[in-house]
Write a protein that binds this ligand. Sequence first.
Ligand code: FAD
Length: 161
Amino acid sequence: MDDRQFRNAMGKFATGVTVIVTEVDGEPHGMTVNAFMSVSLTPKLVVVSIGENAKILNKIKESQKFTVNILAADQQTVSMIFAGQLKEHNGVDFDRLGGQPVVPGAIVQISCEVSAEHVEGDHTLFIGKVTDIHLTEDSEPLIFYSGRYRSLAEVTPVVSK
Ligand code: FAD
């Protein structure tokens, strides 16, 4: 099995899009991540998977904190900025949640403290203990599927007879 086949297969799992943000010496740094999952309700834990070459990796190790920002349908540009795909932009301002930097306009902002980290292959899994959440009801998420951005569409409900 080659890398392309693996990537193509994994890309068939439709996801939302998050920006992970951490802060070292008062400087926020973000990265676009779709490898995000809820892990546990008691205690409240989430996980993100960060590639070994990502600049944010050592920053999270140093700060031991990060925020997860679930992007809204109109935030494709934000995703591209934090994926390094859009070099020309006017900078990004951050809001604060529990003192940590968060992305304005995200439909959910979650602040976390690192509770564990596991190196698995060429990625590091950071388990985050959730310390605060800000949720915007009734906003639509940005979707990523098969290497492209999408938006949600309603499906006709199945009616049992
Ligand atoms: P960096 O330079 O660290 O950062 C990436 C970009 O963010 C740069 O252009 C930088 O200018 C910008 N940026 C960072 N901080 C700021 C700031 N404060 N203000 C303004 N701009 C800033 N990779 C993974 O490891 N795990 C994943 O789950 C994952 N999912 C992805 C999902 C999608 C939809 C996409 C498009 C990419 C995903 N990636 C993932 C890839 C990852 O986003 C890129 O490889 C990454 O952005 C490159 O990081 P870097 O450390 O090389 O660049």
